[in-house]
Design a binder for this molecule. Structure first.
Ligand code: MF3
Ligand code: CO
Length: 249
């Protein structure tokens, strides 16, 4: 079931999203050579709690941390650990969210650790731009496939591939709600977009092929071909005046 949110609900959810955005910015600013992913996770958790929020990934289907931190060929769901030390040239995807007064926010971004290669930079830029293409297509009266097609066509025109095994999602009183928001598809297809729908749009883009595999830890998703991967995500609300990004400070 797709839940349309009222103005009152959106006000609370905007707060959850603001906290999510602040936590992502806090962790992202700390990305530098020598820092461990556990340290980034703690910064994010402390920030969320300082704002009266609760880390909403923690304990989600048994997930053990506040953030998912995925480096280079890791696509998503990397588990923070004090054993993983960032080095110059890494690209570091941080995905996290906060729950506040019963509503969820969710966002992600890929950060450069020190100087990264021009190829890595182009992948990150393209992934971020594809998110904004997808958001621009999230217009009342349109369809989910408009978002999917906008992301996919932007990414593939630049020689990259979108991950198909994981998708964006509705969000609200649950972290994951209907509908699914794939990063591939056909414009004009799928459910109709309506004001009050809140979506987490989250392109995962591989420099090589779209295939992924999962590590024996049961969480970490990697590119099958070892290529780099980037991930950007915003929580967005569809309004009569167009899409509004909620995960902003
Ligand atoms: N980051 C995922 C999303 O954006 C959810 C993470 S699953 C968790 O939808 F278990 F890590 F929380
Ligand atoms: Co999400």
């Amino acid at each position: 079931m797709i839940v349309l949110k009222t103005g009152r609900e959106l006000k609370i959810m905007r707060e959850a999203c603001r906290i999510s955005a602040g936590a992502l910015q806090t962790a992202g600013k700390a990305v530098e050579p020598g820092v461990t992913t556990a340290e980034l996770d703690k910064l994010a958790e402390d920030y969320i709690r300082s704002q009266g929020g609760v880390p909403n990934f923690k304990n989600y289907e048994g997930y053990p941390a506040t953030a998912c931190i995925s480096i280079n060929n890791e696509v998503i769901h990397g588990i923070p650990t004090s054993k993983r030390v960032l080095k110059a040239g890494d690209i570091v995807s941080i995905d996290l969210g906060a729950k506040f007064e019963g509503y969820h926010g969710d966002n992600a971004a890929t950060f450069a650790c020190g100087d990264v290669s021009p190829e890595a930079k182009r992948l990150m830029d393209t992934t971020k731009e594809s998110l904004y293409e997808g958001i621009a297509a999230a217009v009342a009266g349109g369809r989910i496939g408009d978002i999917s097609h906008a992301v996919q066509s932007y990414v593939e025109a630049r020689g990259y591939s979108v991950v198909r095994q994981f998708v964006g999602h509705g969000i609200g009183t649950s972290l994951h709600e209907a509908p699914e928001v794939p990063n591939f598809g056909t414009a004009g297809r799928g459910i109709r977009l309506m004001p009050g729908m809140t979506l987490a749009i989250e392109p995962m883009v591989n420099a090589g092929k779209s295939d992924v595999k999962i590590l024996p830890d049961g969480w970490t998703v990697l590119t099958k071909d070892g290529s780099l991967s980037a991930h950007f995500e915003h929580t967005v609300v569809i309004t009569a005046d167009g899409p509004k990004i909620m995960t902003l400070l």
